[in-house]
Ligand binder design. Sequence first.
Ligand SMILES: NC(=O)c1ccc[n+]([C@@H]2O[C@H](COP(=O)([O-])OP(=O)(O)OC[C@H]3O[C@@H](n4cnc5c(N)ncnc54)[C@H](OP(=O)(O)O)[C@@H]3O)[C@@H](O)[C@H]2O)c1
Length: 208
Amino acid sequence: MTGLTAYVGFFEVGKPKKGDFVFVSAASGAVGQVVGQLAKIAGCYVVGSAGSDEKVSLLKTKFGFDDAFNYKSETDLGAALKRCLPDGIDIYFDNVGGATLDAALLQMRHGGRVAVCGMISQYNLEEPDGLRNLFCIVPKATRVEGFNVGGWFHVYASFEEEMAGYIKEGKVAIVEDVVVGIESAPAALIGFFSGRNVGKQFVAIAKA
Ligand SMILES: NC(=O)c1ccc[n+]([C@@H]2O[C@H](COP(=O)([O-])OP(=O)(O)OC[C@H]3O[C@@H](n4cnc5c(N)ncnc54)[C@H](OP(=O)(O)O)[C@@H]3O)[C@@H](O)[C@H]2O)c1
């Protein structure tokens, strides 16, 4: 499901062109790690953000991101984006919303696309953050489009065939995070919101 999310969000909503500058947030996660690798296959320059130095290293070494930064240790997200993407962003694949989305909107190139996949930074807030930089989508003709994977299962067969090829050819690597036993599920779920997981979070249920 998360692989299909990455695939349709990047190709169908992001509409990449070779040489595009791509930014992915929650980039080491289940969706983000696949988006980054698909962006490289599509001939793009890709930068990711993640919440620890270990995850940043994983992005560059395991998943082939061109650059990455730890958003938790940056004091100015806009400055981090300018440093990593000095010519701006053609596609922002948004997994987190909030301050990261606001900073990315300012760095979009003319005609850029924001594929809004999720806003995990907002899910547990009593009051969602507001966006201050929304107006810049007007002069830059930015397309901001949300999508839900539930509406895209008709492309599953072609996705599966294409992605299986990439995995067999070693062009896409997958990192999963497995905890064992149903009793581990609550902590794993809570850990999702503090970035404890690295990649798709599974709970393995032992056989009786
Ligand atoms: N549109 C759809 O159909 C669809 C389908 C599936 C998933 N989604 C969405 O896609 C996004 C990623 O899902 P996933 O399954 O790939 O999850 P994931 O990235 O594997 O796990 C969640 C990650 O989000 C990051 N995070 C948590 N709180 C954050 C915050 N306040 N600010 C920034 N980052 C935060 C953490 O990584 P760090 O250590 O990097 O902070 C955490 O590890 C979520 O927003 C999810 O709701 C959408």
